[in-house]
Design a protein around this ligand. Structure first.
Ligand code: NAD
Length: 253
């Protein structure tokens, strides 16, 4: 099950797992017809069962019920990827409280609700993989992203805690911390960043986004998907409680 998997990183992870023969539960808050394009893309990857589960993860009950629905449909949940996330760029004094609440709900609260429902099912079978898509902003801060940075630090803390609680149950829990990946989430914030920094959109990409990323290149969604797939192999069974950076060197500084 991959939350927020109709676009960007989540779509890439869903496609990667489908191509490896996993049955895949795709999720977003969109209607099933709006998600049709993504479903076709994932379904093309392999002849596996790919099903869509609409749920707005800003809502606690929908987050918890999503796991129950997936287990009901597939019989079990082996891999949970908490990927859904949203962004808002604004100085703290102008940060709309509604945006703060929604960002925390979608990225952090929803991971709590899905994990607490998934762990008993995984523990009963003695195997499970939980992968939380955090961010370089789970390890470092940038101005004007108070909700996002606080949330992603929280996701890293949640990851470590649940890893300790499940360490003897055959379950691993890790956070992937990407630097800038070129997806709609990043494309949408270029205009906002230009406004708050008072610079052009080209300068935002060059001077704000790629400035902290020493490779000066965007990470590609497929690179994140490949790392997620590796974390589900037997060779990765000792990797748990880790915040794994894939950020072009950003957090080496
Ligand atoms: P994206 O906007 O391309 O995709 C986000 C997905 O989440 C979409 O499928 C969207 O429908 C879904 N979603 C949003 N709100 C939802 C809700 N309330 N309920 C259910 N689904 C919802 O974004 P992306 O760049 O692929 O980001 C995916 C994750 O990766 C996020 O957690 C983001 O914080 C993280 N991340 C992204 C970058 C980056 O540079 N793009 C860097 C680090 C971390």
């Amino acid at each position: 099950m991959v939350t927020g998997s109709t676009s960007g990183i989540g779509l890439s992870i869903a496609r990667r797992f489908a191509s490896s023969g996993y049955d895949v539960a795709v999720n977003s808050f969109e209607s099933e017809s709006e998600a049709g394009g993504a479903m076709a893309e994932i379904g093309e990857a392999a002849a596996v069962c790919v099903r869509y589960f609409a749920a707005d993860l800003a809502d606690a009950a929908q987050s918890a019920n999503l796991v129950d629905a997936v287990i009901g449909a597939f019989g079990r949940l082996d891999v949970l990827v908490n990927n859904a996330g949203i962004q808002k760029v604004a100085p703290i004094e102008a940060f709309p409280p509604a945006d703060w609440d929604r960002i925390v709900a979608v990225s952090l609260d929803s991971a709590f609700h899905t994990i607490r429902r998934a762990v008993p099912d995984m523990a009963a079978r003695g195997w499970g993989r939980i992968i939380n898509i955090a961010s370089a902003h789970g390890l470092r801060a940038s101005p004007f992203k108070s909700a996002y940075v606080a949330t992603k630090h929280g996701v890293v803390g949640l990851t470590k805690t649940v890893a300790l609680e499940t360490a003897e149950k055959g379950i691993t829990v890790n956070a992937i911390c990407p630097g800038y990946v070129w997806t709609s989430l990043v494309a949408k914030q270029v205009a906002d960043q230009a406004r708050v920094h008072g610079i052009s959109e080209d300068e935002v990409i060059r001077e704000v986004m790629l400035a902290p990323q020493p490779t000066r290149q965007f990470v590609q969604p497929e690179e994140i998907a490949e790392l997620a797939a590796y974390l589900c192999t037997d060779h990765a069974r000792s990797i748990t409680g880790s915040a794994i950076s894939i950020d072009g060197g950003w957090t080496a500084k």
